[in-house]
Every structure is written in C-alpha cells, then in structure tokens.
Design a protein around this ligand. Structure first.
Ligand code: TMP
Length: 232
C-alpha cells in the first residue's frame, strides 16, 4: 500500500512522500495511545495528512462490534466467535477507512491491527497461528501495516498505568496475569519474526523517555530523514 503518494504541492515544491500505515501494539496499559498522540502532533506540524483510528472499532459498525466484544456481560463468548468478531470489525475498518485513506495519500495510524489477534487470540488463547494468519489475510485483503510500533513492558507496569485510569476493566482486561504474560511474550515473538516491520520500544521507562526514543528511532530516522516535507 506504500505506492500511494502524497500530492506534491507547487507552493512548497515538496518531494512526494508515501502515505504510511502505522499500527501501535502492546498489552493493555503499555502507553500506545500516548505515542499515537505524539505522532499525530508531529504529522500535523509537518503538514502531512493523516487519520487516527482504533481496533476493534473505528467505524459505525466496528464500534458496535467493539461493545459486544469488550462488554463484561459477554463473558462466555466462544474463542472462535471472538476471533471472528475482531476480524469482522477489522474487515469493515480496512474497507471503509484504511484502504480509501491510503489511496488518497493519507497516513493511517491505528491503535491495534491484526497483530493483536495473533498475540491475544493466538498466543493468549492458544489458537493456531497459521490458521489465524490465513483468516487475517482474507479479512484484510492482505493489507498490512508498513510499520508496527510495539510497546513492551512488564504486566505489573501496565497494570499500574491502568490503575490510574478511571472506569471498570473490560472483558479482555479482566483476564488473568498468565494470559497477559502470554500475550506480551507473543508480541515479542511476532516482532522477532518480522524485525523490518516492527519497532520495539522499551515501555518500562517513564513515558516521556519512551516518546523520546520513538521520536529518534522512528520520526527522525524513518520520516524526516526520508524527505518528509517540513512544517510550514
Ligand atoms: P483497547 O482499545 O483498550 O486496546 O481494547 C481492545 C482490547 O481487545 C484489548 O484488551 C486487546 C483486545 N484485542 C484482542 O484480543 N484481539 C484483537 O484482535 C484486538 C484488535 C484487540
């Protein structure tokens, strides 16, 4: 999907710059949303068009599916139903939002994408990874993030960060520590298997330092250094 090009503006004589599809992943409470907010700000300052979305959700239909998935009252949902509902939300988001945006040259930042299904339903719940990969290929029509930012931290750190948030835990957050440990390990395994696509950040540090690392390793190294237009 990286062929989509941002239109060159005569006013600034900027180089065309490919729209990119970036996903943020990690266990609940790792700090993804904070990083996404920072990237949004850098993009806005550089005049690069982008949209922000999330999974499950991001569309009218997907948000309804999200409610169903995360509602603690959905306890007892079968594992296969869970895989298919996450996939349904993702299919809708891909067709309705992601593909049209990238075609227009708009960057897409998403809070989670298919790696969450591999980590949570594959490594966490024990579903066969190859089967999940086949389902995902169909779900997304093989659209994959160009870059996946994985925030890695201990479950205890994530729990502490979540503890400072208000509100009841959702159905997945209510899973036990062992489940979340498997998910964390799963994410690290996925990152090892695709080192080009993943950027793993140590989210054990204070969040300001994680943001600084992200700025250096992604924004400066992969965006500004590649001829991204400068801000006005
Ligand atoms: P979040 O918006 O707080 O990240 O909540 C989404 C929850 O759903 C989170 O606990 C991770 C989980 N999840 C899966 O189990 N599988 C998936 O494919 C996705 C996208 C999320």
């Amino acid at each position: 999907m990286t062929q989509a090009r941002r239109k060159q503006t005569a006013k600034h004589d900027r180089p065309s710059f490919p729209a990119r599809f970036i996903s943020f992943e990690g266990i609940d409470g790792c700090g993804k949303s904070t990083l996404m907010e920072h990237l949004s700000r850098w993009l806005a300052e550089a005049g690069i068009p982008f949209i922000q979305t999330r999974e499950p959700g991001g569309t009218r239909i997907g948000e309804r599916v999200r409610e169903l998935l995360l509602d603690p009252a959905s306890a007892g949902m079968s594992g296969r139903a869970e895989v298919l509902l996450y996939s349904a939300s993702r299919a809708q988001l891909t067709d309705e939002v992601i593909v049209p945006a990238i075609r227009q040259g708009t960057w897409v930042l998403t809070d989670r994408f298919m790696d969450a299904t591999f980590a949570y339903q594959g490594f966490g719940r024990g579903f066969d990874l190859e089967r999940l990969k086949a389902i995902q290929a169909w779900t997304t029509g093989d659209v994959r993030p160009d870059k996946t930012i994985l925030l890695d931290c201990a479950i205890e750190t994530a729990l502490e960060r979540m503890g400072s948030r208000n509100g009841e835990k959702d159905r997945i957050e209510q899973e036990n520590l062992e489940f979340h440990r498997k998910v964390r390990q799963g994410y690290l395994d996925l990152a090892r298997s695709e080192p080009e696509r993943f950027l793993v950040l140590d989210a054990e540090m204070p969040l300001e330092e994680v943001v600084e690392q992200f700025h250096q390793k992604f924004w400066l190294a992969e965006v500004e250094g590649q001829g991204a237009p400068e801000g006005d």
